[in-house]
Design a protein around this ligand. Structure first.
Ligand code: ADP
Ligand code: ZN
Length: 503
């Protein structure tokens, strides 16, 4: 039996290898002719080409610094001689770094549009799961086509999918990366091929990609601030009929954290809603309702909560909101609702930042922690129960507490010692522990203690203001959603002289 199974194994390997070989030659043959077709099995990385993108910098809102850095590339594509005559090395590649939806692709297209050159693009994520060799030949193809029509822009989206550091990767991606490196080195920059690549995880990229003569420039494409969001809304409403009551400024204020793609989506949803309701123009309500659809998830009326659950959710949300209102150091609440959303949230509390803020004090962060834990605190204080509804809050609070202890130097126990490194403060809030195991254990205890203290204080605040908590929660139960102004009316009536912060 043993021998037989050995033979079977060897046989099946032989069949597999033979099959692979056949497939490979078929794929390679297809590649020879027209690389743009693709579509065989999983080999889906396609090269897209646009003769004229029709996109210019006017279509990209905000991002002034990114535009300024890219201006030189455009100028170079217009007047290569200005650079070559003086003997200057021309920029070959630049890396656009930023969260998804911030407009990296749009910017790359705008560079092509401004320079009036063709635009080639390919996405790194499509190389995953491809047959060995296919990725590499697609890359070769891309550069061949680009060389034929230079000057042009070559755009590689999600480059981290091919370019991540070689330690933990399959051979096929390796070949693709090597091909890419080789092609970039082979590009004669005086011909005017500029390679732009996009990623939101620059720290994972293979160092070889970042070396001089490759992607040696880094252009940060940030999430938009208030002004940036307003500008983005203006760009996307250019061709939309707006009713008199529309206040884009208010929409921009309510959408802190949203990226360009969210805002483009929001405007389109609003226009669709206006059409559905048979109106000729988009009004403010369309925009605000769409904001909830796009950013908070659609209202999901068919999630039926029991009365008891509804009550729990209402108290939970008011717990968050009331603590922020009383502590006054956290952002004012703009809306509280217990209408479930498709995002899975059974209710939520929205905050409205009064102004863009770049610095937070320890007191403000502590207030944030208390209000984040305020949902669970309300469940405990009022009903003596703990629900699963607080899991997201707990993750957020823990992450914040960990940051305070290990990055911001805000605990007595750990003092000023930074025990974690932040890879890129612009992009993610992921800090990596960077200390001995003993210290890490101490950090964990400190984080736990900080959370416990804030939770105790949150429960105390709610116990001290129990009547107010009941009153607002009942009102919310009745109305299902209330505004920040309604909330503050209750709070101010109960605390006319700011007694809330007495302890
Ligand atoms: P990324 O490549 O960074 O993921 P995209 O460029 O694909 O983002 O953005 C998707 C869409 O979102 C764009 O086509 C555009 O409609 C909109 N958008 C994103 N950023 C901006 C911006 N800064 N200005 C105007 N529109 C934007
Ligand atoms: Zn909560």
């Amino acid at each position: 039996v043993e021998d037989n199974s050995m033979i079977m194994m060897i046989l099946s390997y032989a069949v597999m290898i033979g099959g692979m070989y056949l497939l490979m030659t078929m794929v390679t043959r297809r590649m020879g002719g027209d690389g743009m077709m693709g579509g065989f099995g999983k080999s889906k990385a396609k090269v897209y080409m646009e003769k004229q993108t029709g996109v210019t910098f006017k279509d990209v809102a905000g991002q002034d610094e990114a535009k300024e850095s890219l201006q030189e590339i455009i100028d170079f594509l217009h007047n290569p001689h200005k650079y070559t005559d003086i003997g200057a090395k021309l920029p070959k590649g630049a890396l656009l770094v930023g969260s998804p939806g911030t407009g990296k692709t749009l910017l790359a297209k705008a560079v092509a549009g401004e320079a009036d050159v063709p635009f080639f693009s390919i996405s790194g994520s499509e190389f995953e799961e491809m047959f060995v060799g296919v990725g590499a030949s697609r890359v070769r193809d891309l550069f061949k086509q680009a060389a034929n029509v230079a000057p042009c822009i070559v755009f590689i989206d999600e480059i981290d999918a091919v370019g991540h550091s070689r330690d933990n990767r399959f051979g096929s991606a390796d070949q693709t990366l090597n091909q890419l490196l080789g092609e970039m080195d082979g590009v004669d920059s005086s011909k005017g091929i500029v390679i732009l690549a996009a990623t939101n995880r620059p720290e994972t990229l293979d160092k070889a990609l970042l070396r001089a003569g490759r992607f040696d420039r880094r252009i940060i494409v940030d999430k938009p601030n208030l002004q940036g969001r307003l500008d983005t809304l203006k760009v996307h409403t250019r061709r939309i009929k707006l009713a008199e009551d529309v206040d884009l400024n208010k929409v921009a204020q309510a959408t802190a954290g949203a990226v360009g793609a969210d805002l483009a989506n929001l405007v389109n949803e609003a226009a669709l809603r206006a059409v559905r309701q048979g109106r000729q123009a988009v009004n403010q309500e369309d925009l605000m309702v769409s904001f909830e659809v796009v950013i908070a998830g659609t209202e999901k009326k068919n999630t039926i909560l029991t009365e008891k659950e509804k009550k729990l959710v209402a108290y939970h949300e008011v717990g968050h909101a009331l603590i922020s209102a009383l502590e006054k150091k956290t952002d004012p609440v703009s809306k509280i609702t217990i209408v479930p959303h498709t995002s899975g949230a059974l209710g939520y509390t929205m905050y409205l930042p009064e102004e863009e803020k770049f610095l937070s004090t320890k007191d403000e962060l502590l207030a944030d922690l208390k209000s984040t834990l305020g949902g669970r605190a309300a469940e405990q204080v009022v009903f003596g129960v703990q629900t699963t509804g607080a899991s997201n809050d707990l993750q957020k609070a823990t992450a914040l507490a960990r940051y305070m202890v290990s990055v911001y130097g805000m605990s007595e126990e750990m003092g000023l010692m930074a025990t974690a490194v932040v890879q890129n403060q612009y992009l993610d809030n992921h800090a990596q522990m960077d200390c001995s195991q003993d210290t890490a254990a101490k950090v964990d205890l400190t984080v736990q203690k900080l959370l416990d203290e804030c939770y105790t204080q949150a429960k105390q605040i709610l116990t001290d203001n129990r009547a107010l908590l009941d009153e607002i929660s009942n009102y919310l139960l009745e109305k299902e959603s209330i505004t920040g102004e309604e909330l503050m009316a209750f709070v101010n009536k109960a605390n006319p002289t700011e007694e809330a912060t007495e302890n």
